[in-house]
Ligand binder design. Sequence first.
Ligand code: GDP
Ligand code: MG
Length: 339
Amino acid sequence: MDDPRIQRLATAFRNGERPALARAVSMVEGRRPGAEALLDALLQVRPRARRLGITGPPGAGKSTLAAGLAALLRARGEEVAIVAVDPTSPFSGGALLGDRIRMNDLATDRGVFIRSMATRGSLGGLAAATREVVDLLDAFGFPNVLVETVGVGQTELEIASAVDSVAVVLVPESGDGIQAMKAGLMEIADIFVVNKSDRPGADRLVRDLGLAMHLKAGQGTGGGASVPWDAPVLKTSAERGEGIDGLLEAFLDHHRRLLESAELERRRDRRARERIRDIVESKLRRRAADFLAADPRLPGWSADVAAGRATAYGVAAILVPDILKDAAASKGTRRAGGG
Ligand SMILES: Nc1nc2c(ncn2[C@@H]2O[C@H](COP(=O)(O)OP(=O)(O)O)[C@@H](O)[C@H]2O)c(=O)[nH]1
Ligand SMILES: [Mg+2]
Protein backbone atom coordinates (compact mmCIF):
# COMPACT_ATOMS: atom_id res chain seq x y z
CA MET A 1 0.00 0.00 0.00
CA ASP A 2 1.71 3.17 -1.17
CA ASP A 3 -0.67 5.88 -0.02
CA PRO A 4 0.28 6.96 3.53
CA ARG A 5 -3.25 8.22 4.22
CA ILE A 6 -4.70 4.80 3.44
CA GLN A 7 -2.01 3.26 5.59
CA ARG A 8 -2.88 5.49 8.53
CA LEU A 9 -6.58 4.76 8.10
CA ALA A 10 -5.91 1.02 8.00
CA THR A 11 -3.84 1.22 11.18
CA ALA A 12 -6.54 3.17 13.00
CA PHE A 13 -9.14 0.67 11.78
CA ARG A 14 -7.10 -2.25 13.09
CA ASN A 15 -6.76 -0.44 16.42
CA GLY A 16 -10.52 -0.49 16.67
CA GLU A 17 -11.05 3.25 16.27
CA ARG A 18 -14.67 4.03 15.41
CA PRO A 19 -14.01 7.13 13.27
CA ALA A 20 -11.70 5.00 11.13
CA LEU A 21 -14.47 2.44 10.66
CA ALA A 22 -16.94 5.14 9.69
CA ARG A 23 -14.47 6.61 7.19
CA ALA A 24 -13.64 3.24 5.72
CA VAL A 25 -17.32 2.44 5.27
CA SER A 26 -17.91 5.78 3.54
CA MET A 27 -14.97 5.25 1.21
CA VAL A 28 -16.19 1.82 0.23
CA GLU A 29 -19.80 2.89 -0.09
CA GLY A 30 -18.90 5.88 -2.27
CA ARG A 31 -16.36 3.87 -4.31
CA ARG A 32 -13.89 6.61 -3.53
CA PRO A 33 -10.27 6.49 -4.68
CA GLY A 34 -8.23 4.33 -2.36
CA ALA A 35 -11.18 2.12 -1.45
CA GLU A 36 -9.70 -0.84 -3.28
CA ALA A 37 -6.30 -0.52 -1.62
CA LEU A 38 -8.01 -0.12 1.73
CA LEU A 39 -10.13 -3.26 1.28
CA ASP A 40 -7.09 -5.13 0.07
CA ALA A 41 -5.31 -4.19 3.29
CA LEU A 42 -8.16 -4.72 5.72
CA LEU A 43 -9.91 -7.84 4.50
CA GLN A 44 -7.06 -10.24 5.06
CA VAL A 45 -8.64 -11.57 8.22
CA ARG A 46 -10.67 -14.65 8.86
CA PRO A 47 -14.43 -13.91 8.74
CA ARG A 48 -16.03 -14.58 12.09
CA ALA A 49 -19.22 -12.56 12.33
CA ARG A 50 -22.68 -14.03 12.24
CA ARG A 51 -24.18 -12.36 9.19
CA LEU A 52 -27.90 -12.24 9.66
CA GLY A 53 -30.21 -10.96 6.93
CA ILE A 54 -33.68 -9.52 7.38
CA THR A 55 -35.63 -9.01 4.19
CA GLY A 56 -39.23 -8.36 3.20
CA PRO A 57 -41.59 -5.75 1.77
CA PRO A 58 -41.42 -2.07 2.76
CA GLY A 59 -43.07 -1.33 6.07
CA ALA A 60 -43.09 -4.94 7.25
CA GLY A 61 -41.17 -3.96 10.37
CA LYS A 62 -37.67 -5.03 9.36
CA SER A 63 -35.94 -2.06 10.99
CA THR A 64 -37.99 -2.43 14.14
CA LEU A 65 -37.08 -6.12 14.29
CA ALA A 66 -33.41 -5.36 13.63
CA ALA A 67 -33.36 -2.84 16.45
CA GLY A 68 -35.09 -5.32 18.73
CA LEU A 69 -32.57 -8.03 17.86
CA ALA A 70 -29.74 -5.58 18.44
CA ALA A 71 -31.13 -4.71 21.87
CA LEU A 72 -31.33 -8.40 22.81
CA LEU A 73 -27.80 -9.06 21.60
CA ARG A 74 -26.58 -6.09 23.63
CA ALA A 75 -28.36 -7.48 26.68
CA ARG A 76 -26.26 -10.61 26.17
CA GLY A 77 -23.16 -8.45 26.10
CA GLU A 78 -22.54 -8.81 22.37
CA GLU A 79 -21.76 -5.98 19.99
CA VAL A 80 -23.78 -5.65 16.82
CA ALA A 81 -23.65 -3.75 13.55
CA ILE A 82 -26.73 -3.01 11.45
CA VAL A 83 -26.57 -2.27 7.73
CA ALA A 84 -29.86 -1.08 6.26
CA VAL A 85 -30.31 -1.17 2.50
CA ASP A 86 -33.77 0.26 2.27
CA PRO A 87 -34.25 3.22 -0.01
CA THR A 88 -37.93 3.39 0.95
CA SER A 89 -37.29 4.17 4.59
CA PRO A 90 -34.03 5.23 6.18
CA PHE A 91 -33.16 3.49 9.43
CA SER A 92 -34.81 5.50 12.12
CA GLY A 93 -37.21 4.07 14.55
CA GLY A 94 -39.74 5.19 17.06
CA ALA A 95 -40.68 3.15 20.04
CA LEU A 96 -39.11 -0.27 20.23
CA LEU A 97 -39.95 -3.29 22.29
CA GLY A 98 -43.08 -1.71 23.62
CA ASP A 99 -41.28 1.51 24.47
CA ARG A 100 -38.82 -0.14 26.83
CA ILE A 101 -36.00 0.66 24.48
CA ARG A 102 -35.80 3.66 22.22
CA MET A 103 -33.88 4.07 19.02
CA ASN A 104 -31.75 6.69 20.72
CA ASP A 105 -30.52 4.18 23.26
CA LEU A 106 -29.12 2.12 20.42
CA ALA A 107 -27.82 5.14 18.55
CA THR A 108 -25.72 6.27 21.52
CA ASP A 109 -24.56 2.76 22.48
CA ARG A 110 -20.95 2.23 21.44
CA GLY A 111 -21.63 -1.47 21.11
CA VAL A 112 -23.96 -0.75 18.22
CA PHE A 113 -23.02 0.55 14.78
CA ILE A 114 -25.87 1.52 12.46
CA ARG A 115 -25.44 2.42 8.81
CA SER A 116 -27.99 3.15 6.11
CA MET A 117 -26.56 2.51 2.66
CA ALA A 118 -27.11 5.30 0.19
CA THR A 119 -28.55 4.25 -3.14
CA ARG A 120 -26.42 6.26 -5.48
CA GLY A 121 -25.30 4.64 -8.68
CA SER A 122 -26.53 1.36 -10.02
CA LEU A 123 -28.29 -1.23 -7.92
CA GLY A 124 -25.61 -3.72 -8.87
CA GLY A 125 -23.07 -1.32 -7.41
CA LEU A 126 -25.16 -1.10 -4.28
CA ALA A 127 -25.12 -4.86 -3.81
CA ALA A 128 -21.36 -4.99 -4.26
CA ALA A 129 -20.80 -2.06 -1.89
CA THR A 130 -23.10 -3.61 0.71
CA ARG A 131 -21.21 -6.88 0.64
CA GLU A 132 -17.95 -5.04 1.12
CA VAL A 133 -19.31 -2.97 3.99
CA VAL A 134 -20.47 -6.19 5.66
CA ASP A 135 -16.96 -7.60 5.17
CA LEU A 136 -15.50 -4.46 6.75
CA LEU A 137 -17.77 -4.70 9.79
CA ASP A 138 -16.78 -8.33 10.20
CA ALA A 139 -13.09 -7.45 9.89
CA PHE A 140 -13.53 -4.66 12.43
CA GLY A 141 -14.60 -7.31 14.88
CA PHE A 142 -18.37 -7.10 15.18
CA PRO A 143 -19.52 -10.58 16.17
CA ASN A 144 -22.98 -9.90 14.72
CA VAL A 145 -23.86 -8.05 11.52
CA LEU A 146 -27.55 -7.56 10.74
CA VAL A 147 -28.37 -6.68 7.14
CA GLU A 148 -31.78 -5.24 6.34
CA THR A 149 -32.91 -5.28 2.70
CA VAL A 150 -36.24 -4.48 1.11
CA GLY A 151 -38.08 -6.62 -1.40
CA VAL A 152 -36.87 -9.61 -3.36
CA GLY A 153 -35.39 -8.19 -6.55
CA GLN A 154 -32.04 -9.18 -8.02
CA THR A 155 -30.19 -6.78 -5.73
CA GLU A 156 -31.81 -8.30 -2.66
CA LEU A 157 -30.93 -11.78 -3.82
CA GLU A 158 -27.34 -10.67 -4.26
CA ILE A 159 -27.28 -9.09 -0.85
CA ALA A 160 -28.92 -12.17 0.63
CA SER A 161 -26.03 -14.19 -0.70
CA ALA A 162 -23.71 -12.03 1.42
CA VAL A 163 -25.29 -13.19 4.68
CA ASP A 164 -25.33 -16.58 6.35
CA SER A 165 -28.92 -16.72 7.50
CA VAL A 166 -31.94 -14.98 6.02
CA ALA A 167 -35.19 -14.17 7.80
CA VAL A 168 -38.04 -13.23 5.46
CA VAL A 169 -40.50 -10.90 7.14
CA LEU A 170 -44.12 -10.81 6.04
CA VAL A 171 -47.15 -9.13 7.55
CA PRO A 172 -50.79 -10.21 7.57
CA GLU A 173 -51.76 -7.53 5.06
CA SER A 174 -48.99 -8.42 2.62
CA GLY A 175 -51.04 -11.26 1.16
CA ASP A 176 -50.92 -14.97 1.43
CA GLY A 177 -48.10 -17.42 1.79
CA ILE A 178 -48.48 -18.76 -1.71
CA GLN A 179 -47.57 -15.33 -3.04
CA ALA A 180 -44.41 -15.49 -0.97
CA MET A 181 -43.53 -18.73 -2.66
CA LYS A 182 -44.07 -17.22 -6.10
CA ALA A 183 -41.83 -14.30 -5.27
CA GLY A 184 -38.95 -16.67 -4.71
CA LEU A 185 -38.93 -16.04 -1.01
CA MET A 186 -39.16 -19.72 -0.23
CA GLU A 187 -35.78 -20.18 -1.84
CA ILE A 188 -33.89 -17.71 0.27
CA ALA A 189 -35.74 -17.97 3.59
CA ASP A 190 -34.04 -19.78 6.43
CA ILE A 191 -36.62 -18.37 8.81
CA PHE A 192 -40.08 -16.92 8.16
CA VAL A 193 -41.34 -14.13 10.36
CA VAL A 194 -44.96 -13.07 10.45
CA ASN A 195 -44.63 -9.65 12.01
CA LYS A 196 -47.46 -7.34 13.14
CA SER A 197 -49.10 -10.39 14.61
CA ASP A 198 -51.07 -7.94 16.72
CA ARG A 199 -53.14 -7.42 13.57
CA PRO A 200 -55.82 -9.73 12.21
CA GLY A 201 -54.86 -12.42 9.74
CA ALA A 202 -51.52 -13.37 11.28
CA ASP A 203 -52.54 -16.93 12.14
CA ARG A 204 -53.83 -17.52 8.63
CA LEU A 205 -50.54 -16.35 7.14
CA VAL A 206 -48.61 -18.58 9.53
CA ARG A 207 -50.79 -21.49 8.42
CA ASP A 208 -50.37 -20.69 4.72
CA LEU A 209 -46.61 -20.44 5.07
CA GLY A 210 -46.48 -23.69 6.98
CA LEU A 211 -48.49 -25.33 4.21
CA ALA A 212 -46.26 -23.88 1.51
CA MET A 213 -43.21 -25.16 3.38
CA HIS A 214 -44.81 -28.57 3.58
CA LEU A 215 -45.45 -28.58 -0.18
CA LYS A 216 -41.88 -27.55 -0.81
CA ALA A 217 -40.55 -30.28 1.48
CA GLY A 218 -42.57 -32.75 -0.58
CA GLN A 219 -40.73 -31.59 -3.69
CA GLY A 220 -37.40 -32.54 -2.21
CA THR A 221 -34.64 -30.04 -1.63
CA GLY A 222 -35.01 -26.33 -1.24
CA GLY A 223 -32.87 -23.30 -0.75
CA GLY A 224 -29.87 -24.90 -2.36
CA ALA A 225 -28.56 -25.82 1.06
CA SER A 226 -27.17 -29.25 1.61
CA VAL A 227 -28.20 -29.24 5.26
CA PRO A 228 -31.70 -30.38 6.13
CA TRP A 229 -33.37 -27.38 7.68
CA ASP A 230 -37.07 -26.65 7.82
CA ALA A 231 -37.50 -22.92 7.90
CA PRO A 232 -39.50 -22.23 11.04
CA VAL A 233 -42.46 -19.85 10.80
CA LEU A 234 -42.38 -17.41 13.72
CA LYS A 235 -44.90 -14.87 14.90
CA THR A 236 -43.68 -11.52 16.16
CA SER A 237 -44.96 -8.14 17.10
CA ALA A 238 -41.86 -6.03 16.82
CA GLU A 239 -43.61 -2.97 18.11
CA ARG A 240 -44.70 -4.72 21.28
CA GLY A 241 -41.42 -6.59 21.61
CA GLU A 242 -43.12 -9.95 21.32
CA GLY A 243 -41.44 -12.96 19.75
CA ILE A 244 -38.10 -11.25 19.11
CA ASP A 245 -36.29 -13.52 21.54
CA GLY A 246 -37.67 -16.47 19.56
CA LEU A 247 -36.38 -14.93 16.35
CA LEU A 248 -32.93 -14.46 17.86
CA GLU A 249 -32.94 -18.07 19.02
CA ALA A 250 -33.92 -19.24 15.53
CA PHE A 251 -31.08 -17.21 14.01
CA LEU A 252 -28.58 -18.61 16.51
CA ASP A 253 -29.89 -22.14 15.94
CA HIS A 254 -29.57 -21.83 12.21
CA HIS A 255 -26.11 -20.39 12.50
CA ARG A 256 -25.00 -23.15 14.83
CA ARG A 257 -26.32 -25.68 12.34
CA LEU A 258 -24.39 -24.05 9.49
CA LEU A 259 -21.22 -24.09 11.54
CA GLU A 260 -21.51 -27.68 12.71
CA SER A 261 -22.31 -29.04 9.26
CA ALA A 262 -19.47 -27.13 7.58
CA GLU A 263 -22.14 -25.50 5.40
CA LEU A 264 -20.89 -22.13 6.65
CA GLU A 265 -17.46 -22.85 5.17
CA ARG A 266 -19.10 -23.87 1.90
CA ARG A 267 -21.14 -20.66 1.82
CA ARG A 268 -18.04 -18.59 2.52
CA ASP A 269 -16.20 -20.37 -0.25
CA ARG A 270 -19.06 -19.76 -2.67
CA ARG A 271 -19.10 -16.10 -1.69
CA ALA A 272 -15.35 -15.80 -2.23
CA ARG A 273 -15.67 -17.33 -5.66
CA GLU A 274 -18.48 -14.96 -6.63
CA ARG A 275 -16.48 -12.04 -5.34
CA ILE A 276 -13.41 -12.94 -7.40
CA ARG A 277 -15.53 -13.37 -10.50
CA ASP A 278 -17.36 -10.06 -9.96
CA ILE A 279 -14.18 -8.09 -9.46
CA VAL A 280 -12.46 -9.65 -12.47
CA GLU A 281 -15.51 -8.99 -14.64
CA SER A 282 -15.85 -5.41 -13.56
CA LYS A 283 -12.15 -4.73 -14.08
CA LEU A 284 -12.25 -6.23 -17.55
CA ARG A 285 -15.36 -4.27 -18.42
CA ARG A 286 -13.71 -1.08 -17.25
CA ARG A 287 -10.54 -1.83 -19.23
CA ALA A 288 -12.54 -2.54 -22.35
CA ALA A 289 -14.54 0.68 -21.99
CA ASP A 290 -11.38 2.77 -21.49
CA PHE A 291 -9.67 1.11 -24.42
CA LEU A 292 -12.62 1.63 -26.75
CA ALA A 293 -13.02 5.24 -25.74
CA ALA A 294 -9.42 5.93 -26.78
CA ASP A 295 -9.24 3.74 -29.88
CA PRO A 296 -9.09 5.90 -33.06
CA ARG A 297 -10.14 2.95 -35.21
CA LEU A 298 -13.55 2.74 -33.65
CA PRO A 299 -15.44 5.42 -35.64
CA GLY A 300 -14.42 3.78 -38.92
CA TRP A 301 -15.37 0.36 -37.66
CA SER A 302 -18.73 1.43 -36.34
CA ALA A 303 -19.53 3.01 -39.70
CA ASP A 304 -18.54 -0.26 -41.39
CA VAL A 305 -20.72 -2.33 -39.07
CA ALA A 306 -23.64 0.06 -39.41
CA ALA A 307 -23.42 -0.09 -43.22
CA GLY A 308 -23.05 -3.86 -43.30
CA ARG A 309 -19.45 -3.84 -44.56
CA ALA A 310 -18.28 -5.60 -41.39
CA THR A 311 -19.82 -7.25 -38.37
CA ALA A 312 -19.49 -6.48 -34.69
CA TYR A 313 -18.12 -9.99 -34.23
CA GLY A 314 -15.33 -9.37 -36.69
CA VAL A 315 -14.42 -6.11 -35.00
CA ALA A 316 -14.51 -7.73 -31.57
CA ALA A 317 -12.22 -10.49 -32.79
CA ILE A 318 -9.59 -7.82 -33.44
CA LEU A 319 -10.32 -5.75 -30.36
CA VAL A 320 -10.40 -8.37 -27.62
CA PRO A 321 -6.79 -9.56 -28.12
CA ASP A 322 -5.69 -5.91 -28.35
CA ILE A 323 -7.42 -5.07 -25.07
CA LEU A 324 -5.91 -8.08 -23.31
CA LYS A 325 -2.46 -7.29 -24.70
CA ASP A 326 -2.80 -3.71 -23.50
CA ALA A 327 -3.84 -4.91 -20.05
CA ALA A 328 -0.90 -7.29 -19.86
CA ALA A 329 1.53 -4.55 -20.90
CA SER A 330 0.41 -2.22 -18.11
CA LYS A 331 0.51 -4.94 -15.48
CA GLY A 332 4.14 -4.30 -14.64
CA THR A 333 3.30 -0.83 -13.43
CA ARG A 334 0.58 -2.09 -11.06
CA ARG A 335 0.90 -4.01 -7.87
CA ALA A 336 -0.46 -7.52 -7.99
CA GLY A 337 -1.47 -7.51 -4.32
CA GLY A 338 -0.26 -9.19 -1.18
CA GLY A 339 2.47 -6.54 -0.63
N1 GDP B 1 -48.86 -2.80 14.53
C1 GDP B 1 -47.55 -3.05 14.39
N2 GDP B 1 -46.78 -2.14 13.78
C2 GDP B 1 -45.47 -2.40 13.63
C3 GDP B 1 -44.88 -3.61 14.09
N3 GDP B 1 -43.58 -3.61 13.78
C4 GDP B 1 -43.33 -2.43 13.16
N4 GDP B 1 -44.47 -1.70 13.08
C5 GDP B 1 -44.64 -0.36 12.50
O1 GDP B 1 -44.58 -0.48 11.09
C6 GDP B 1 -43.94 0.66 10.52
C7 GDP B 1 -42.78 0.24 9.65
O2 GDP B 1 -41.77 -0.32 10.46
P1 GDP B 1 -40.27 -0.43 9.95
O3 GDP B 1 -39.53 -1.20 10.99
O4 GDP B 1 -39.74 0.91 9.58
O5 GDP B 1 -40.48 -1.31 8.64
P2 GDP B 1 -39.43 -1.64 7.46
O6 GDP B 1 -39.77 -0.74 6.32
O7 GDP B 1 -39.72 -3.06 7.13
O8 GDP B 1 -38.07 -1.43 7.99
C8 GDP B 1 -43.52 1.53 11.68
O9 GDP B 1 -44.48 2.52 11.86
C9 GDP B 1 -43.49 0.57 12.85
O10 GDP B 1 -43.70 1.22 14.06
C10 GDP B 1 -45.73 -4.56 14.73
O11 GDP B 1 -45.34 -5.64 15.16
N5 GDP B 1 -47.05 -4.23 14.84
MG1 MG C 1 -36.47 -0.24 7.30
